[in-house]
Design a binder for this molecule. Sequence first.
Ligand code: GLU
Length: 498
Amino acid sequence: MIKVNKDKPVRTRYAPSPTGYFHVGGARSALFNYLFAKHYNGSFILRIEDTDIAREVQNGIESQYDNLLWLGIVPDESMFKPINKYIPYIQSKKLDVYKEVAYALLEKKLAYRCFCTTDELEKAREESLANHQTPKYNRHCLHLTEQEINEKLKNNVPYAIRLIIPDNHNYEWDDMVRGKISIPSSALTDFVILKTNGIGSYNFANVIDDHDMQISHIIRGEEHVSNTPYQLAAIDAIKQLDKYKDSLQDFDFIYGHLPIVIKEGGKKLSKRDHTLKQFISDYKEMGFLPISIDNFLVNLGWSSPNNKEYFNSLEEIFSEFDGSRISCSPSTFDFKKMISINKKHMSDLTDEQYLKQVKSFLKIDLKQLKDHEDEILLLFRKDLRYFSDINELIDNLLNPSLIEINDELKNVYDNAKKHELGTKASLLLKAINEWSIENISIWLKKLAEDTSLKAKQLYLPLRYCLFKQEHGPEFVKLVYIFGKDYCLEQLSKFDAIL
Ligand code: GLU
């Protein structure tokens, strides 16, 4: 059951950390949040969670934002389009707030200072592992006396602040995708809410922001299921602070955890796996249409009520995307499917739209075919998986690599020679007065009659002689584009070519 509170506007968010570039997993989360918000006339927000400064990549924010826009997933609010009430939309500008809340929790004894060093923590971790226990913080610093704490503070010993996870408690929520989930507090550890460098941790800053930005639904990847109980623990504690007493209802989030994406064969898709392109910019550069990527991504974990797989626009998708029908079973990243979706969307373009797009990917010099640019581009239209394919296809035509002469080609060619295909083709071609597709078709028909060669017997040797290819785009059009002189010259060498 999808819960939408009539008195609370739907506000969803995509909250990437700029520690990596815009990735299919992130794009899928962003898309689902966007579609859900739009279905309920709500707002979709982009928030940058940049509290992990050390792992940030250059242009990480731009990569997220620009590629979101390319996909048509336009945020209603973001650091580039802020609403005053909710600023800032980037966590590094809000560090004072996280700090203030962490110290307020400390004051209320809901959190404590932890002076343990990384080495000490690592040692304790290893000990737990050696004892076959789940590594948890051993609460050493929870038991420090007031005097010990003051001593360390006086000596400027660095510290983090940890939240106290209460005993005997269950963290429960009704997940939009997975139903009821309950995790006992015994599975949790007192986690750091304010790091030694004074910066709020992910699980802490995240809930403060979701509250402050009045987020209603939190839709994110399955990998965050294990973070949710920590966030619920943080919420329970924060709710006890005076600062939040008038806005407790803004902590009532509805969670939905999307299924993992796996590769064919069942392995989880990992960002480090280079066998598969995973960044949205890769697909943009290859020349996929953005709607194809949206369409592909929405099928990763969601199905429409009538099991439709192709959608022409985001509007068409969000009209059906009410948040139900999100599956919890893993969804497979099938590149072949992505291509078939893209081919379908490309086939829906008008010739004009197609030409405009494909030209922006054309890098190859058309040489003698320059005057026929549009015709050549249209000739390959059906063969493209994505726009950048055009370069390879044209290159194969202009600079054919030597194909291996197989027995079939050899036999068919020898047979054509016996029927004097070369000479007859030249003579009949010379006789064409008006160079047109229609007359070239007539030429081929006559040639078939004169030589009694049929289909492959006729076309294969001609195609090989003229273009050094066994297969290729529509033959009549190719002949037309390459022109009479070129074809006559090639045909004059017919017998010598093979
Ligand atoms: N910054 C987190 C991430 O990039 C956000 C997770 C969430 O949506 O809560 O995974």
